[in-house]
Ligand binder design. Sequence first.
Ligand code: SAH
Ligand code: SF4
Ligand code: F3S
Length: 491
Amino acid sequence: MYNEFDLDKIDIDIDSEPPTEEPFRQYYFMAKCRDWVRAFEQKNGRCPTAFTQTFGCQMNARDSEKLMGILTEIGFCETEDENADFVLYNTCTVRENANQRVYGRLGYLSTLKKKNPSMLIALCGCMMQEPDVVAKIRKSYRFVDIIFGTHNIFRLAELMWRRLDEGKTAVDIWEDTSLIVEELPSERKYPFKSGVNIMFGCNNFCSYCIVPYVRGRERSRKPEDIVSEIRRLSASGVVEVMLLGQNVNSYGKTLDTPVTFAGLLRQVESVEGIRRIRFMTSHPKDLSDELIGAMAASKKVCRHLHLPVQSGSSRILKAMNRRYTKEQYLELVGRIRAAMPDISLTTDIIVGFPGETEEDFQETLDVVRQVGFDSAFTFIYSKRTGTPAAAMEDQVPEDVVKDRFDRLLKEVQDISARVCARDLHRVKDVLAESVDDHSAGYVTGRLDNNTIVHFPGDASLIGSIVPVYLEESRGFYYMGRMVSDGDRIQD
Ligand code: SAH
Ligand code: SF4
Ligand code: F3S
């Protein structure tokens, strides 16, 4: 197990050869880099600093924790901004504006690097899986030192060493991989909750989406590896896990011994100390009755389902290659609600997919009204090069899309303000997550259905689950006050 590994015991003499097997190869390069860090400390009288910035989804956030884990192990000290010796951007390319943000920040980094020429700049993640992006960076952003993709993030130390040793840009992009490297360090953002990858990649090829191209084919981690990671997390104080995958409902299908997602949930449920289990994302086409049953029977699986609908028009859904119709989606929601009447449902919606008419858009509004989502992430369709939708005719004009987007947002917000208030004047368990930024003396937490609650309290509560009376609903969140356990039982 990683925790039992001592980097200082690794032979990194000048004539030593790196092991070929993973993760031992990476331990070797971590030890090499740690040597470099020690020399840096001797020279500068301080540890080298590192900053990572994550763009994109929870998958990337989890990857960044692993990257930070490697950096910390090597001896870097984490800092809060780009004034650092090592800056890493973990990029996203799901929509064009995600890319633009990275290019914008790179401009800023170039000015910083002029002031501190020994600073190292690394880029990784989904954007780097696009050959055009890498070509542009190598041509126009030559100050970038290390470039790698999504499939080889575990190789950070090796690439850093290569850059330090050879003195030129280290580029390493893999087209795809079947490899899952276990037993590497990770530096968690929160002590009490953690994301846990259960699968990587995506095989769905929704016609608008670039993720399958940049994250590769679907592959699941073995249930025993997942469960042992969660046991370790629990032992270190984690009470909530978020199981992560692009389509968790197809988990386990390709394993040597196939396991369903519902089966995995039951195994995770049995881990002592874990109080809340969440997961993302569920594709409606693969959501089984077995899963609904497992959720309903569980005391730990949260009453929240993120179920992206994308569009309410069956015609557009077909063009999106989503493989369900409006009716099938609504019927699925009916089955979920029948089993768990108190469940909170959230979704993702795209407006302005090629060929979307006003009638199609009205179908989307209709689904939003019929389902009554707790919240919805609404996106303007973004053309991604290489996806089938990018080549479709009838791209919708920008002003039409903007108008639909505004109407959708208003509808979503009105409904969500109504729906979110369902627990008003009740006592509910809240996981206290952080001290309030805005109002002193308050903490922010979440209900099991993911709704945010602010209530009077202090840092000592962070990470514990406490009963809170929900006094006032303010649209998307509640104001509450802590009560004693006795009050909770009377609820
Ligand atoms: N695997 C998840 C979604 C991952 S991407 C799922 O299938 O639900 C997160 C969201 O980004 C998607 O649900 C979709 O709504 C949005 N999205 C993906 N590609 C997009 C594009 N080209 N333009 C606009 N939104 C997009
Ligand atoms: Fe993209 Fe569809 Fe895969 Fe989600 S399921 S990541 S939207 S291709
Ligand atoms: Fe973005 Fe990659 Fe996630 S493209 S949304 S970071 S999988």
